[in-house]
Design a protein around this ligand. Sequence first.
Ligand SMILES: NC(=O)C1=CN([C@@H]2O[C@H](COP(=O)(O)OP(=O)(O)OC[C@H]3O[C@@H](n4cnc5c(N)ncnc54)[C@H](O)[C@@H]3O)[C@@H](O)[C@H]2O)[C@@H](O)CC1
Ligand SMILES: [K+]
Length: 520
Amino acid sequence: MAIAPSERSAHLEQFVVTAKQMRAIESRVFQAGMPVAALMEKVAGLITQRLLEQWPDRTTGFGIIVGPGHNGGDALVVARELHFRGYGVKVLCPLLSKLKDLTDSHAHYAVSLGIPFVAATDDLADCDVLLDGLFGFGLTRSLTNDLAALVNTINQWSIPVISIDIASGLHTDTGEVLGTAVRASQTLCLGLWKRAFLQEVALDWLGEAELVDFGLPLADIQAVIGEPQEVRITDQAMIAALPLPRAANTHKYKQGHLLVIAGSQQYPGAAIMTALAARASGVGMLTVAVPATLQPLVSAQVPDALVLRLPENDAGVMTHLPDAVDGSRYTAIAFGPGVTPNAVDVARRVMESDRPLVIDADGLNILASDLGLDGLANRSDPAILTPHLGEFRRLFPDIDAGDRIEQVRTAAQRCGAIVLLKGARVAIADPQSGHVWLNPSSTSALARGGSGDILTGLLGGLLAQGTLRGTSPTTITQNAVWWHAQAGRYAARDRTELGVDAITLANTLIPALQWKLALP
Ligand SMILES: NC(=O)C1=CN([C@@H]2O[C@H](COP(=O)(O)OP(=O)(O)OC[C@H]3O[C@@H](n4cnc5c(N)ncnc54)[C@H](O)[C@@H]3O)[C@@H](O)[C@H]2O)[C@@H](O)CC1
Ligand SMILES: [K+]
């Protein structure tokens, strides 16, 4: 059955594949009768189209770097098409004697057309654009000797490099640099997102990444992937997960009641930032529990929140939750920002509550140093841990095998909580299924103090609302990560990456949502 192009694109955008899966999908398509050469023509035609759009001026000179496999074949077909359209084209093919048959055919044909093949990397130094067709998902070994020298040389130039499928030298699954790798300004990822694009170690090499859909049948993709273990977070799924629209006859208690427990005399701002972001989530009721002396300050900043005064010690650290703070009154609890590592009794009470829980910052440090993780698996309602890498290492010191995606999966399964590992590509793991969701679109503007407090408040607010709507806690967690990142991106458009302080970020949450909702 045919599906609409927008629906197909939303489907494709959520898949993440390994090299092995991509190879298996490709094999099915070839076995079904699609000629390899025809598919290569189709892919190269789409790449050529992108290049023509970006460089319509026919005086642009292209340097085409061709490897031994079909990535090199793609590049040669593009070279031919650019040549036919009147562009200047030079080909550098360092492994000319080792070309796969189809690639070799294209090389012969290119020579017959009079396209110049150059011998030295420096012969490309006067090109305006380089096309990297050295290796795609077939790269198996590290780049060494002459190939490594070639890559290191072009990386020193300031000529834009467009990589076909993946920046050559990156491991398709882990994103690791194998010896050395091309530093692309742009990568045209073919067919399906390879796992490397969701690995933060690869980001500096991939440049701007775009998916080029060349029509792989969804049935073949689904037959190979089965139930997806790793999923890319998409706008479409996240817009659908928002607590919108609200029921016309709702009232504030039906929109969730979040208890934020945060702050200390040393870190009063953490309570304010968490509360401001919780407020922007649209949560029906917000209560903020802080050490008593902070109450006037927090009330002044967030007058619409109920601010509870907790007993505190001489250092301004909350000492315990009085019995009057009855956890059962709340739909969700967010605990940890700025409480200091000494708020151990409060942490214990929070862990004992049966409410859906977000634990962040010092809350995580207290788990690591005092309470341990054993209490998490037996809770009736979910707990969500939101560590950055440092906190992750303290919580799970012995998890170091595999890449980030595997590590976060292991961590969730081990502790029985949802684990959200922060970073340039946030990864969220579900303890039961082992599924991992990856956020593909973010901004370095978020690498800043206070940004995590905003995420905690937003996540808490969405958890309180989503729990009542029956949204799954992993979907709510994705929703918060996505919204937080989009707000960062939206704010950075106006203010650059330097201008997205935490308060600005909190104030941008709603405008960013309007921006996303206005998109088709
Ligand atoms: N999957 C698909 O459906 C399609 C794939 N196409 C292209 O085909 C590519 C994959 O093609 P291939 O499987 O031929 O793989 P590659 O083009 O990535 O190259 C693999 C070749 O390089 C050699 N090699 C690996 N590491 C090396 C090293 N360090 N030094 C020297 N040689 C090394 C291998 O022995 C093999 O011959 C994709 O990335 C894409 O560009 C497109 O042409 C058509 C559609
Ligand atoms: K490449």
